[in-house]
Write a protein that binds this ligand. Structure first.
Ligand SMILES: N[C@@H](CCC(=O)N[C@@H](CS)C(=O)NCC(=O)O)C(=O)O
Length: 232
């Protein structure tokens, strides 16, 4: 039996959270080793296991993978969340790169000096409302006319999962945000049907507790990045 993946990152969402979402969705249990101090990060670096001296790092299938997108792609390929052919894969990449562009703004927002946060929040809301989510709503509209429940093709892909993650972040930053995008709002109600792992209560608890936010309801806890100060 293969070992559980081990996730090395801060006790925060950050660049690891999407990886947690994919693993949790496909029902793969994982261990977390939180990097709690600068000295712990330096130790990982000095041990030579962080190729670019950065986390996330995931020990999986005998590899020590870094670069969050490479890790996501590996998990998506392994668990059939990456489309049925290269055209579907191109669409999945195109959509998830858009999500990542918006996600970068969301990721950096809590680290900004307080004086810059208001402008950053306004920029995030503007780009989400006027650039990224209208585009995803349009995709959703076109697939809905084909009576499909997924962004790409006729099966769940990492694009669906990462979109749901992003919706939760936007709801946290801009409560009620998703009501402006009714077709995307429907996706939230479909989440339990996508994830059979959610159908039993115990699995649901495992799934939810393995994530820093708690689907299927939007997260409400304060953002935990703040406790890591400026050594990240
Ligand atoms: N492109 C990398 C970026 C990784 C990254 O920026 N990691 C940060 C934490 S979120 C880090 O390790 N920063 C310390 C450093 O760059 O020295 C990825 O997506 O994994």
């Amino acid at each position: 039996m293969s070992r559980k993946p081990i996730l090395h990152y801060y006790n925060a969402r950050g660049r690891m959270e999407s990886i947690r979402w994919l693993l949790a969705t496909v029902g793969v249990e994982f261990e977390e080793k939180f990097v709690k101090t600068r000295a712990e990060l330096d130790k990982l670096r000095n041990d030579g296991i962080l190729m670019f001296q950065q986390v996330p790092m995931v020990e999986i299938d005998g590899m020590k993978l870094v670069q969050s997108r490479a890790i996501l792609n590996y998990i998506a390929s392994k668990h059939d969340l990456y489309g049925k052919d290269i055209k579907e894969r191109a669409l999945i990449d195109m959509y998830t790169e858009g999500m990542a562009d918006l996600g970068e703004l969301v990721l950096h927002h809590p680290y900004l000096p307080l004086g810059e946060q208001q402008a950053s929040l306004a920029q995030i809301k503007d780009k989400a409302r006027n650039r990224y989510f209208p585009a995803f709503e349009k995709v959703r509209g076109s697939v809905k006319s084909h009576r499909q429940d997924y962004l790409v093709g006729n099966r769940l892909s990492k694009a669906d999962i990462l979109l749901v993650e992003l919706i939760y972040y936007m709801e946290e930053l801009d409560p009620g945000f998703i009501t402006s995008f009714p077709l995307l709002q429907v996706i939230l109600s479909l989440v339990p049907t996508w994830f059979p792992v959610l159908s039993s209560t115990s699995n649901c608890q495992t799934w939810c507790s393995s994530l820093h936010c708690s689907p299927p309801s939007p997260p409400t806890s304060p953002h935990i990045f703040s406790q890591y100060g400026n050594w990240l």
